[in-house]
Ligand binder design. Structure first.
Ligand SMILES: O=C(O)C(=O)CO
Length: 341
């Protein structure tokens, strides 16, 4: 009994000196198992994937933690970092996007930040192609017609859409994901890839033989415009009335980056007046987009609930990478994927 007692108290003592971590979501097993088996931290978890942790609860739970693992629904701002206090040394987000993080506040406090690029590139590129084809070939309208009696005789122009063969595909923001999308679209016999970014990115562009053009030219020339840029103050609502007015009436906009890159009122106007042909959106503002939103009334707008990276393989890889970043950061070692602040 004595031996057990002292063992238990030793384990307890060891436990209480381990770094404390809060995990703001029930993350996929790929990462959770690494966290459980590491023996490196004591952690508490918001044990649900159906609802995000309420802000008040999050503000309480982060008090005094050394590490925080979050997902993109949590706003990591000055208020939250103040609530966490000076112990917080590492933030790890299970996302490639980091527009939910106030980088300035994190930098000011010397907090290191991990994120999850690369592991989701294939899944996001695949979904972007799926959304593009769904939108351009009107698949949602077509299945609806087939199911609800709209399917009469074979008709010459019924449910016609636009094909990729011989088209010009524009990429707004050329990074890993834009390249992966172009690589998948090339076999569809795309004629030309063009892109714009803050500056030319010759190394990436050469992989897909893409030509650097101005934003104006991107709008004017693209038959398909894929939005792949991060949401930053520079890209906020960059897809607006001005851009849509330069696009062809036959053009299609696809957005799998962040909803905030698109001005949704302007997009509604462009789609409902035929200024552009169609749009496929995996991301919106807000998320979820209320079912009463006018964009849902349009046949030429396909809206998905932010699922671009949602494959089992990818979500488990993101979870594992986020946990590894966190553990490495807490040990003071370089993370696998760390943001330079
Ligand atoms: O990782 C991200 O930033 C997403 O949007 C979801 O994969």
């Amino acid at each position: 009994l004595n031996i057990t007692g002292s063992l238990t108290s030793n384990i307890k003592k060891k436990m209480s000196t381990l770094p404390r971590v809060y995990v703001s979501r029930q993350i996929p097993p790929g990462g959770l198992e690494i966290l459980r088996e590491s023996g490196q931290v004591q952690f508490e978890l918001w044990d649900s994937d159906d609802v995000p942790v309420p802000r008040e609860e999050l503000l309480q739970k982060v008090k005094g933690v050394d590490g925080l693992l979050c997902v993109l629904t949590e706003k990591i701002d000055a208020e939250l970092l103040d609530a966490a206090g000076p112990n917080l040394k590492v933030l790890s987000t299970m996302s490639v996007g980091f527009d939910h993080l106030s980088l300035e506040e994190l930098k000011k406090r010397g907090i290191r930040v991990g994120y999850t690029p690369d592991v989701l590139t294939d899944a996001v590129a695949e979904l972007t192609v799926a959304l593009l084809l769904t939108t351009s070939r009107r698949l949602i309208e077509a299945t609806h017609e087939a199911k609800t009696g709209g399917w009469g005789t074979w008709r010459t122009l019924w449910l016609c859409g636009y094909e990729l063969a011989n088209s010009t595909v524009g990429i707004l923001g050329l990074g890993r994901i834009g390249v992966a999308i172009a690589e998948r679209l090339a076999p569809f016999k795309v004629k030309k890839f063009i892109y714009t970014d803050m500056a030319p990115r010759p190394e990436l562009a050469s992989i897909i033989k893409a030509e650097y053009v101005s934003l104006d030219d991107l709008a004017k020339q693209s038959d398909f415009l894929a939005v792949c840029c991060a949401l930053t103050p520079e890209t906020k609502e960059i897809c607006n009335k001005n851009l849509f007015s330069k696009m062809k009436n036959t053009s299609i906009l696809i957005n799998t980056s962040r909803g905030g890159v698109v001005n949704q009122e302007d997009l509604y106007e462009a789609l409902s007046t035929g200024q552009i042909a169609a749009a496929g959106l995996d991301v919106t503002v807000p998320e979820p987009l209320p079912t009463s939103h006018p964009l849902f009334t349009l046949k030429n707008c396909v809206i998905l609930p932010h699922i671009a990276s949602a494959s089992y393989t990818t979500r488990n890889a993101m979870s594992a990478l986020a946990v590894n970043n966190l553990l490495l950061g807490l040990r003071g070692e370089p993370m696998m994927k760390e943001l330079k602040l």
